[in-house]
Every structure is written in C-alpha cells, then in structure tokens.
Design a protein around this ligand. Structure first.
Ligand code: RIB
Length: 300
C-alpha cells in the first residue's frame, strides 16, 4: 500500500458558536435562533481535519489558548489522528468564532483571533520537523501575516508545495512576495487578485490559481489558460467549512500526485458533501464517501 502523504497545516484553531436563524438579523434587531451549537473550528484546523479524513498524515501548527478549550482541542486533534506537537500554548484565550447560518445554508462569521494571533516566526523556529517530508504546506490568513509568510519560506526551502487559501482576505498578502505555488480563492477574493481581465496574469511564481464559485464551476487558472470543473449538484443545509473542506482535500489530492483537474474534482465532491450536514468539521466526509460521490457521477 502507498504511504499516505504528509501535509503541514499552519493556521487557526477556533471554538465556533453557531446559531441557526431563519434569516440574518439587521442592525438593531434581535432574532431567535432555532438551534445553537458549539464545535471545534478555525480555518486552519478545519482544513487539517478535512485532509486527515481524506487520508493524509497531518501536522497542525498554530496556537491555542492556555484554557480549557485549548486542552480539549488538543484531545480532539489527537482523536482525528492529527500530530499537534506544533500547536503552541498562548497566553490569551483560544480563538472564537460567532457564526449564523440562515435558512438557505448561507453563513456569516465574526472571528475573535485570541491565541491565534500569538503565532510568530520566532516561536515556530523553536519547533523542529514542521515541514520535514511534508509534500504540501497549507496556509490561510487567520494567523498573523508575518507568521504565514515566514512559514511559507521555511516550507518552500524544505521542498514542500506551498498552497495558500488567503481567507479572510488581506490585500497585503499579495504584496509580500510569499512563495505561493497554488492559490485557492473564492469568487470575492478572486475579484481582488491581479489576474487581469483575460485571467492570464498570475501572481508571481504561482503555478495555478483555483477559484471556487459555490454551486457553479470551479475555475482552474494556469498560465494563459482557464479550465472549468463542474461541482456535484446538491441542496446545501450548511455551507460553513465547505471552502476549508475543498482546500484540505485539494492539498491531499495534490500531495498524492493527482493532476490539478482531478484534484479539484475530488475536492469539489468533498466540499459538496460537507454542505449536506450542519457544522464545519462535523460535516466533513471520509475518503470513502468522497469516492462514492464521484463514482455516482457529477450530477446528483
Ligand atoms: O471557514 C469556517 C471557519 O471560519 C469557522 O470554523 C470559523 O472558526 C472561522 O475560522
């Protein structure tokens, strides 16, 4: 049997408090939620869990609070089979997110970074083996940009493919010469990118830009060429974490050696499955479920 590839995820770990609401409240309004749920989240850890469930060996690098949530999150990562030796203990509270999900499954998210913002290049340099034998380093922007940029440099020097999902969007991330091999953005983030009207101008050094567009085709942009991959058709109940599922499973597929289009197909199927159940990590599929959806064909 082929050895599972290793992926290092540098990113956030939050505790999510999610409220299901019939619609999003307007300023000054009080709404009653039909359901409340507390769960482990954060874009970094979500992507780590998605990759691990799809079959990767995952190392998580980040910073949890020195509190009960931090302790419980470590146990949770261990339960998912994720190596958390690179998860530091900060002085502040564990990061937290307040999420609303409306009747269409759409969401709004407000994040308090807490200990996630204590991650620094200096602290990471005290850790060993962050990227040793890692095929891919997967990063987002819920940790300080300096830490993300520094980690990308170290990962690149160690021979890993650097995949950046610049979410939440920070325009400065495109001005920092981060050595990005593959960029994964959603439509809104893509509008802010210097892709040019013909989608021909890539960020410097970048081999591919993947643009996820919800239920519509995913764009795979390489030098001078845009290809489209149709996602499965599903009726979402909760889209929280779908983008993270895409990024984590795409990273695993790339690390396994799949071509860009096949990696996007696998990631699209995983992301579609993740919208069928409530929650972020709770909803993430195992590899078998993803393969099964793909074998049933694109249209569900
Ligand atoms: O992408 C979804 C995630 O964004 C949530 O889990 C929340 O913690 C925020 O980081």
């Amino acid at each position: 049997m082929k050895k599972a590839p290793t992926i290092s995820v540098v990113g956030s770990l939050n505790v999510d408090l999610t409220f299901r609401v019939p619609r999003f409240p307007v300023p000054g309004e009080t709404l009653t939620a039909s359901q409340a749920m507390t769960a482990f989240g954060g874009k970094g850890a979500n992507q780590a869990v998605a990759a691990a469930r799809a079959g990767a060996r995952v190392r998580m690098i980040g910073c949890l609070g020195n509190d009960e949530y931090g302790e419980r999150y470590r146990e949770h990562l261990a339960g998912e089979g994720i190596d958390h030796a690179g998860v530091l203990a900060g002085a502040g509270p564990t990061g937290a997110a307040f999420i609303t999900v409306d009747g269409e499954g759409e969401n709004t998210i407000v994040v308090h970074p807490g200990a996630n913002h204590e991650l620094t290049v200096a602290k990471m340099s005290e850790l060993t083996d962050l990227f040793t034998e890692s095929a891919v380093a997967l990063l987002q922007l819920e940790c300080p940009l300096d830490a993300v940029a520094g980690a990308a440099e170290v990962a690149k020097d160690a021979g890993a493919t650097v995949i950046l999902n610049p979410s939440p969007w920070d325009p400065e991330s495109m001005e920092r010469n981060i050595p990005i091999d593959i960029l994964i953005v959603n439509e809104r983030e893509a509008e802010a990118l210097p892709l040019g009207s013909e989608m021909g101008c890539m960020p410097q050094g970048c081999e591919a830009v993947i643009v996820t567009r919800g239920a519509r085709s995913t764009w795979v942009i390489t030098e001078g060429r845009t290809q489209e991959v149709e996602p499965p058709v599903v009726t979402p109940v909760d889209t929280v974490g779908a983008g993270d599922t895409f990024a984590g499973v795409f990273a695993l597929a790339h690390a396994e050696g799949l071509g860009l289009l096949d990696a996007v197909r696998l990631a699209n199927a995983a992301a579609a499955l993740a919208t069928l159940r409530p929650g972020a990590q709770e909803a993430m599929p195992a590899r078998g479920e993803i393969e099964e959806m793909l074998s049933r064909g694109v249209r569900q």
